[in-house]
Design a protein around this ligand. Structure first.
Ligand code: PMP
Length: 442
């Protein structure tokens, strides 16, 4: 019997012992083409020599010194890199480092609150996010998440938050409505919500620039974020961009928000930051937020033992350098176009694929029972799980998600191949996914 608590209870769960490029290898020697990198984590494949070396070198030099007293070269260089590449308008920001996406979201919420308190507006306490959405598993991050299924058992423990609709174009865009009109209609929900709550009472708005797990790689409609920025600025609300999943090159720019032409006040990053080589997350505060703190207490009201851990920041800096020196953002765009074209060619007319959406190397097929009515399969059929199992049996790993978990959205299969994939591997992924969907839906 396994004593690992989070282990899948499935008796046949393989034990992974190695990785080679885009492949994971189990203890029986089976090779799995990793088409999702966990959940958009492993952007450089599983055996990157430069990242491994940077981590080993730091372990061999010094593993840990408390960053309450000391800084280190890697945290400094990584912060310089992230701030230099942040979306225009972020200014001279600063970055803090944590261990997971959920921790980063907690820290971002606290930072937003600190900003308002420092500026003498302690009445600003409401957080608005979107539904469906997923922002993490800890109580604060879960409270922000618009995910009925994950929240349900913990509801009495969650702080009160407010939600507007996520930009789920496949189901929410009306017949004949232009993309711009849809974007504007959805963004204006934020203004209405702020007015309902009291225009000086809102602390922050939280949204992923490109939605990941909860809605299946959903980019925003054109103009949506321009209007969101305008609304936030008009009402003194901070915009927290959750780039935990979509950031760090996944959509073809280092920050996904860059492609929307606006900047965030606070940005969270995680998965692709360490690319799986180290558990590391980050929160970037824009100059506006830093200035308020400098003018106020001058101190960050948040701290964790392992902040700015030297091994983790050394690994993450090496990941960033690999992306930059190998021009992997261009590779994301080229391979992403190939992936999109392949998916549309193989699945665009499939009787059970209602929508194909995404950006860069971040794509989703939404599976439905009826393409004409968009009716999802009954949740109890666990179609997404069946697609995952069929793909796994054929040697490919993909990420299943069941939209809102309440039957109002279809099953999603999410793909997030590594940026170092070969064109042949992208073709294999498309083929294996199409076969797995056929198997699971017939
Ligand atoms: N935000 C988003 C958008 C995520 O996708 C996730 C994880 N899937 C998180 C936050 C939480 O990250 P973690 O699992 O590292 O705590």
């Amino acid at each position: 019997m396994s004593h690992v608590l989070h282990r899948n209870l499935m008796a046949s769960q393989p034990s992974i012992v190695g990785g080679e490029g885009a492949y994971l290898i189990d203890d029986a020697g089976n090779r799995y083409l990793d088409a999702c990198g966990g959940a958009a984590v492993s952007s450089l494949g599983h055996d990157n020599p430069a990242v491994r070396k940077a981590i080993c070198d730091q372990v061999n030099t010094l593993a840990f010194a408390h960053t309450g007293l000391f800084t280190n070269q890697w945290a400094e260089e990584l912060s310089d890199f992230l701030v230099a590449h942040a979306p225009k308008g972020t200014g001279e920001g600063r970055v803090m480092y944590l261990g997971s996406g959920s921790e980063a979201m907690e820290a971002a919420l606290k930072l937003a609150r600190q900003y308002h308190v420092e500026r003498g507006e302690p009445q600003r306490a409401h957080i608005i996010a979107r539904a469906p959405s997923y922002h993490g598993n800890t109580l604060g991050a879960l409270a922000v998440s618009g995910h009925a299924g994950r929240r349900a058992p913990f509801d009495p423990l969650l702080i009160q938050t407010h939600h507007i609709d996520a930009t789920y174009g496949y189901r929410l865009r009306e017949d004949g409505e232009t993309e711009e009109a849809f974007g504007l209609r959805m963004a204006n929900q934020l203004e209405q919500k702020i007015l309902d709550l009291g225009k000086d009472s809102v602390c922050a708005f939280v949204a992923e620039p490109v939605v990941g797990a909860s809605l299946g790689t959903q980019p925003a409609p054109k103009g949506y974020f321009t209007r969101i920025r305008e609304i936030c600025d008009s009402y003194g609300v901070l915009y927290i961009a959750d780039e935990v999943m979509c950031g760090m090159g996944r959509t073809g720019s280092l920050f996904a928000l860059e492609q929307e032409g606006i900047c965030a006040d606070i940005t969270t990053m995680a998965k692709g930051l360490g690319a799986g080589y180290q558990p590391i997350a980050a929160v970037m505060a824009s100059q506006k937020v830093c200035d308020a703190i400098t003018a106020g207490s001058g101190k960050l009201w948040n701290g964790h033992t392992y902040m700015s851990h030297a091994v983790a920041t050394a690994g993450a800096l090496a990941v960033m350098k690999e992306i930059q020196s190998n021009d992997l953002l261009s590779a994301v765009k080229t391979l992403g176009t190939q992936l999109e074209e392949g998916l549309r060619a193989r699945l665009g007319q499939h009787a059970h694929v209602g929508d194909i959406r995404g950006r860069g190397l971040f794509w989703t097929a939404e599976i439905v029972a009826d393409r004409a009515t968009k009716e999802p399969f009954d949740v109890s059929r666990n179609i997404a799980g069946k697609v995952q199992q069929a793909a796994l049996s054929a040697g490919m790993i993909c990420y299943p998600a069941q939209g809102c978990a309440d039957g109002t959205a279809g099953d999603h299969i999410l793909l997030a191949p590594c940026f170092t994939s070969s064109p042949e591997e992208i073709d294999i992924i498309v083929d294996a996914l199409a076969n797995a969907i056929d198997q699971a839906t017939t």
